[in-house]
Design a protein around this ligand. Structure first.
Ligand code: BGC
Length: 761
């Protein structure tokens, strides 16, 4: 574009402006030739580019243009590695440029309320801090290449069941602390060029036209200036949407809405100024994507190698009894590889995030290569592609396992189970696989199970019978190599679970309200999703959030914490006490000892993944801000950090806290706004209010029988009584015709006056 946005808007006709607010087709915005405004090309997705063969097609069930398939969200979320996310973002930016993609529709960052969410594989985790840090790193990488990101799906699209017509009913505090927090962090740390609203309704109105969400929070409070675009067909009332701040409708051309916008402006229902704001934001996006950038050479980028590296960082070693892993080829002459996923791995989920990979590493081939010539490998299919139970395959597998030195089973959620558009039916492995594992474990104690799924799995029926378990998630096209390298110890595993694996599905806090009824889905578990729930409930999960083993061991010591002007500095020492180089993710949780409002037992506030050689020790320093100690106070409608004692807990998982320290944090004193029903304890906690009240009570006591006192003895019983009720209870013979209401208003007036005097003094 060779003119300023302001000039362009001046020159555009009303119809041109209105038409720019919807796409040209499935994947492009409209260009306006006469004004030299080019179109923007956008494609999915979250773990790789899903570029369709033409811009007119959705391309969900067909093969698309081949592109690198990286680990899906929940997998790469388990890498806990911001540098890696940045690197993948950069690589996707480069590949996008090679493929003519200017805006990539990702990352997906919704919280995991239920492990049944059909798109959970696309989302990073159940925790806003982990998700927010990873998402920001990814976007900073992608956008550094001049390719835009689209943060999605805004907001509270936590499951697929009837998502287009269900309204998520979420209280404001839960919304802020859990469901919006990662969006906020990412917007502030990486300024994504676009945000994609979701399909669902939130507290009564579609997110695509939700004033509170799009205007009050996103624009006003967070100061977001990029483009908000609709999820595909998420637009309902286009005029309400524009008024709320939904700039771009996708897909287009939606001529009927161009007409509706023009008419609404002409009728005076929509101000042209409002329309201009959306047009300006879309033009800014055009400017951003067309800004001169370096062309990707591609030649020196080995995307597949990066896909392998990303997979290796994401895979989680869940269980490793008796050091069954890594496999020592010298002492393991024969290995039975069992399960069709060994030859036909599941590397990703289905739907709009599905990438046509450029190539796929097959676990069987990679294992063969690494096992070397001294190891005899054999293979059994184990289970069929459908859900039938094939006793013959189970028998064949068991006898193969019995005659080998080690059995490695490849199992997982079947392809049909995990996809956009429907939720999972359960989180157990299919029955045929459970039977298979049990049969193999019964004859072969040296048994390692490799699980694939984009969601948490319940492993209870079999996990206690096998010494080794690796969760490989859906780790993209490099998964086969990565898993082989972990099995043989060429890679030391370093993934940590990005979500809790419960013992059984019904342990999950959302279990009682898993589906909407009559169009409403109540998030009644509130703040308590994921580890926040299991902690509070004191319930042991199968594998906790943040869990992941290594072939080496780490020691944590010397946790120190100090408050300063800008926040709190926390430091600790971590040492590799084992015999191998390895990576550890140090997780820092904050526990509020004193808050009057219910808070989770602890919350993740920072983390760092570090690599240490054997014997190496490193000091880790985290800088926390006041916000990291705050909760969202719905009385004041803002974040509040209350002064008091906090615990800083650092550990290797949410259930493996290694060092703790306690710190008094002074965040100043919250000034209470007194009202008719303010409690006695609130009055006495404020020195000015206490004086005012005391003076009044002294006067009252002269006229009444039951004396009121502000000493502990009296307060101990009456402190939760509103002061107005104290007057009603004890002051009747003094108040006479004055109402308690009048007295309290007078007192509040006096408090406010004295506060003002103090300020002016
Ligand atoms: C999905 C989005 C995706 C879009 C385009 C929608 O159905 O929810 O995540 O970006 O389609 O494929």
């Amino acid at each position: 574009m060779n003119r300023s946005i302001h000039e362009l808007i001046q020159e555009m006709t009303l119809t041109e402006k209105a038409s720019l607010c919807a796409g040209l087709n499935m994947w492009m915005t409209k260009g306006i030739e006469r004004l030299n405004i080019p179109a923007v090309h956008m494609y999915d997705g979250t773990n790789g580019i899903r570029k369709t063969n033409s811009d007119e097609e959705m391309g969900i069930t067909s093969e698309n243009v081949p592109a690198t398939c990286y680990p899906t969200g929940s997998a790469i979320g388990s890498s806990w590695n911001t540098e890696l996310l940045h690197e993948v973002g950069v690589a996707l930016g480069q590949e996008s440029k090679e493929m003519g993609v200017e805006l990539l529709l990702g990352p997906g960052i919704n919280m995991k309320r239920t492990p049944l969410g059909g798109r959970n594989f696309e989302y990073y985790s159940e925790d806003p801090c982990l998700t927010g840090e990873l998402g920001a790193a990814f976007i900073n990488g992608l956008q550094s290449e001049g390719v835009g990101a689209s943060l999605k799906h805004f907001a509270c699209n936590n499951q697929e069941n009837e998502k287009m017509v269900t309204r998520s009913e979420v209280d404001e505090r839960t919304l802020r602390e859990i469901y919006l927090s990662a969006f906020e962090r990412i917007i502030k740390k990486s300024d994504p060029w676009t945000v994609m609203c979701s399909y669902n309704l939130l507290n009564g109105s579609y997110t695509s036209e939700n004033e509170h969400l799009l205007h009050d929070i996103l624009r006003e409070e967070w100061g977001y200036e990029g483009v908000v675009l609709s999820d595909w067909t998420a637009v309902n009332d286009r005029i309400r949407g524009l008024k709320a701040g939904l700039d771009l409708e996708m897909p287009g051309p939606a001529h009927y809405n161009t007409k509706a916008i023009v008419e609404a402006v002409e009728r005076g229902e929509l101000s042209e100024e409002k329309l201009n704001q959306s047009v300006a934001r879309i033009l800014k996006l055009v400017e951003r994507v067309t800004a001169p950038k370096e062309n990707a050479s591609g030649a020196d980028q080995d995307y597949h190698a990066l896909a392998r590296k990303a997979a290796a960082e994401s895979i989680v070693l869940l269980k490793n009894e008796n050091g069954i892993l890594p496999i020592q080829p010298e002492s393991t002459p024969s290995i039975a590889i069992i399960g069709r996923f060994a030859k036909k791995p599941r590397i990703q989920g289905a739907g709009s995030a599905e990438v046509t990979p450029t190539r796929v590493d097959i676990p069987w081939d990679e294992i063969k290569e690494l096992a070397g010539e001294t190891v005899t490998l054999s293979y059994a299919e184990g289970y069929p592609a459908d859900d039938s139970i094939r006793e013959d395959l189970i028998k064949e597998s068991a006898s193969l396992a019995a005659t080998s030195d080690l059995a490695v089973l490849f199992v997982g959620q079947p392809e049909y189970a995990e996809s956009e558009m429907h939720d999972l039916k359960g989180i157990n492995l299919p029955e045929h696989q459970v039977k298979l594992i049990q049969a193999v474990a019964a004859v072969q104690p040296n048994c390692v199970v490799v699980t694939s799924s984009g969601n948490a799995l319940a492993m209870h029926p079999w996990v206690q019978h096998v010494p080794g378990v690796i969760h490989s998630w859906l780790t993209g096209q490099g998964m086969g190599r990565a898993i082989a390298e972990i099995l043989f110890g060429h890679t030391n595993p370093s993934g940590k679970l990005s979500e809790t694996f419960p013992v059984k599905l019904s342990d999950n806090p959302s279990h009682m309200r898993i589906q909407g009824e009559n169009g409403k889905l109540y998030y009644r578990e509130g703040l308590f999703i994921g580890y926040r729930y299991y902690d509070r409930k004191e319930m042991a999960p199968q594998f906790p959030f943040g869990h992941g083993l290594s072939y080496t061991t780490f020691k944590y010591t010397d946790l120190e914490a100090a408050q300063h002007e800008k926040g709190v500095t926390v430091s600790l020492q971590v040492e590799n006490t084992g015999k191998r180089t390895g990576k550890e993710t140090v997780q820092l949780y904050v526990h509020d000892e004193e808050c009057k409002w219910v808070r989770p037992e602890k919350e993740l506030k920072a983390f760092a993944k570090i690599e240490l050689a054997p014997g190496e020790k490193r000091k880790i320093v985290f800088e926390l801000e006041e916000r990291d100690f705050a909760y969202y106070n719905t009385k004041y409608n803002r974040w509040v950090a209350e002064s008091g004692y906090f615990q800083l807990r650092a550990g290797s998982s949410s259930r493996d806290i290694r060092v703790t320290n306690r710190l008094f944090c002074d965040f100043g004193k919250e000034e209470i706004t007194f009202h008719k029903f303010s409690l006695l304890n609130e009055w006495v906690s404020d020195p000015i209010a206490k004086d005012v009240l005391e003076e009044c009570i002294n006067e009252m006591n002269k006229h009444v029988k039951d004396k009121v006192s502000l000493q502990d003895e009296f307060l101990g019983f009456w402190e939760d009584f509103p002061v107005i009720k104290i007057f009603q209870m004890f002051g009747q013979s003094w108040m006479m015709e004055r109402s308690p209401d009048e007295i309290v208003s007078e007192l509040i007036g006096r408090v406010n006056e004295k506060r003002l005097q103090k300020q002016q003094a």
